[in-house]
Design a binder for this molecule. Structure first.
Ligand code: IMP
Length: 196
């Protein structure tokens, strides 16, 4: 008896189960199965999410030798000239959501955006290939999380045209708006079209 696998497979190097679950739902729509691999991450300090994602894709590839993707994201607040941007991870770990809300206590302009870069790398390539996604929205005045869904800055980010923050949404709802969903859809279309 022989079985034929319909669709494709990709490995997602991440230690973040929330990111993985969001990505898995998107990719399944394109009949792409995804495996989570935990590797030692390398996040260089850079002002470019793309540079961070590319470096970490190569670093992950060196550890496991499989064609893979990584994803790097950042929150850019307009009134803070784009801060924390590529430093989002550090800012979340240090001052967190409460600290960011405090920084913006007297700020009327609440505009912000999330950006995501998915980087794919395999041995045939000279350099990783990147796919970008973005979502505009605003920073709420207080933490808003209903039976807490999500992670990171989700409780303080409300995408444009939504009454809910990301933390008040199911994964399916978040994927209708999110930076990550947009980047992963671009990746999925490209990956599906590859003749392998
Ligand atoms: P990372 O470097 O891509 O893991 O993300 C940088 C920071 O942004 C981390 O603190 C994450 O928790 C946060 N972050 C990334 N994506 C999201 C998201 O979709 N929602 C909320 N926070 C996020």
């Amino acid at each position: 008896m022989s079985f034929q696998l319909k669709g494709k497979v990709i490995f997602f190097a991440t230690n973040n189960i929330n990111k993985f679950n969001e990505a898995r739902r998107i990719l399944s729509r394109y009949k792409i199965a995804v495996g989570m691999i935990r590797v030692k991450t390398l996040e260089i300090q850079s002002e470019s999410l793309e540079e961070i994602a590319k470096t970490s894709a190569i670093h992950a590839y060196k550890q496991c030798g499989l064609p893979l993707i990584v994803e790097d994201a950042g929150l850019f607040v307009e009134a803070l000239s784009g801060f924390p941007g590529p430093y989002s991870s550090y800012v979340y770990k240090t001052i967190g959501n409460e600290g960011l809300l405090e920084l913006m206590e007297k700020t009327a302009n609440r505009q912000a955006k999330f950006q995501s870069v998915v980087a794919f790398f395999s041995e045939e390539l000279d350099a990783p290939i990147c796919f970008k996604g973005e979502v505009a929205g605003e920073i709420t005045k207080e933490l808003r999380r209903e039976s807490y869904h999500g992670f990171g800055f989700d409780p303080i980010f409300k995408p444009a045209n939504s009454q809910k923050t990301f933390a008040e949404m199911s994964i399916a709802e978040k994927n209708k708006y999110s930076h990550r969903a947009r980047a992963f859809r671009k990746f999925a279309k490209w990956y599906k079209s590859l003749k392998v």
